[in-house]
Structures are given as structure tokens and as C-alpha cells.
Design a protein around this ligand. Structure first.
Ligand code: FES
Length: 140
């Protein structure tokens, strides 16, 4: 309740073009000195995830994917998220996260595609479950 009231006051002032003493404290883009180390560590981790663009796939062929399981395959310069359903039918989507382009990974425990960069999750067929991605994996 308190932060809702504060948000209302800050947003009203921002719209009206007035200064608000709390605006800097609640600015979502602020980086405090105390948080800068964690921010840098996370930025390095995110950048490291892009190495997946140049690595091979989890498996070299869809034949290696068990029923009700998924894996990332390399197809030329692209990576494809392939799920084999319990009947044996393959479902393919681009493995590129629609948020900022990291390569998703198969989560065998949850049977989801998870993005290691910012935490987006997609169901086994590639439809978005959690953002920040706001749409599913692209059809191939
Ligand atoms: S790139 Fe996938 S969540 Fe940001």
C-alpha cells in the first residue's frame, strides 16, 4: 500500500513535469554503488551465455531425443529447440529466445525451455510461460 501511494505521487509528478524527491530512489534504471558489483557479475554472465551461438547442439540428431524430452540441435547456422512428444512426434522451434537472443536450454525436470540469460521460460512446445520474453519461440 505504501509503495503504491509513493508510485502514484512520483508518476503524477513525472507526468506533470515536476521534480519529486523520491524519483531517483525509485528509478528502475538506478545502479547503486553497493549493487554495481552484482550488476557487473550478471552482465558478464549474460554475455557468456551468447557463446552458445557458436557451440554444437546438445545432440547431433533428433533420433537421440527420447520421448517426452527435448534437446537443442544445430542446423547450419541456426539452433533449433526440438521436443519429442510421448507419441514420438517432433516439435521444432527456434532455440533463440525472443527477448534478447540467448539460446534456450531444455529443463528436463520441468519439461520446459529455459533461457539462461534473464529467466524467460517456454513450455515444451515453445509457448511463453514467463517473461521477460513476451512471445513464444519462433516457428522454424
Ligand atoms: S534473452 Fe532470454 S530472457 Fe533475456
Amino acid at each position: 500500500m505504501t509503495h503504491g501511494t509513493i508510485a502514484g505521487m512520483i508518476i503524477t509528478d513525472l507526468i506533470a513535469g515536476r521534480q519529486n524527491p523520491w524519483a531517483a530512489l525509485y528509478d528502475p534504471g538506478r545502479i547503486t554503488l553497493r549493487a554495481s558489483g552484482e550488476y557487473a557479475k550478471e552482465a558478464i554472465n549474460t554475455a557468456a551465455q551468447y557463446k552458445e551461438w557458436v557451440t554444437g547442439g546438445d545432440v547431433s540428431s533428433p533420433d537421440e531425443i527420447a520421448k517426452d524430452s527435448g534437446a537443442v540441435l544445430r542446423q547450419g547456422v541456426s539452433k533449433v529447440a526440438v521436443y519429442r512428444d510421448p507419441t514420438g512426434t517432433l516439435h521444432e522451434r527456434s532455440a533463440v529466445c525472443p527477448h534478447l537472443g540467448c539460446i534456450v536450454a531444455w529443463n528436463a525436470a520441468e519439461k520446459t525451455w529455459d533461457c539462461p540469460c534473464h529467466g524467460s521460460r517456454f513450455d515444451k512446445f515453445g509457448e511463453v510461460i514467463n517473461g521477460p520474453a513476451n512471445r513464444g519461440l519462433a516457428r522454424t
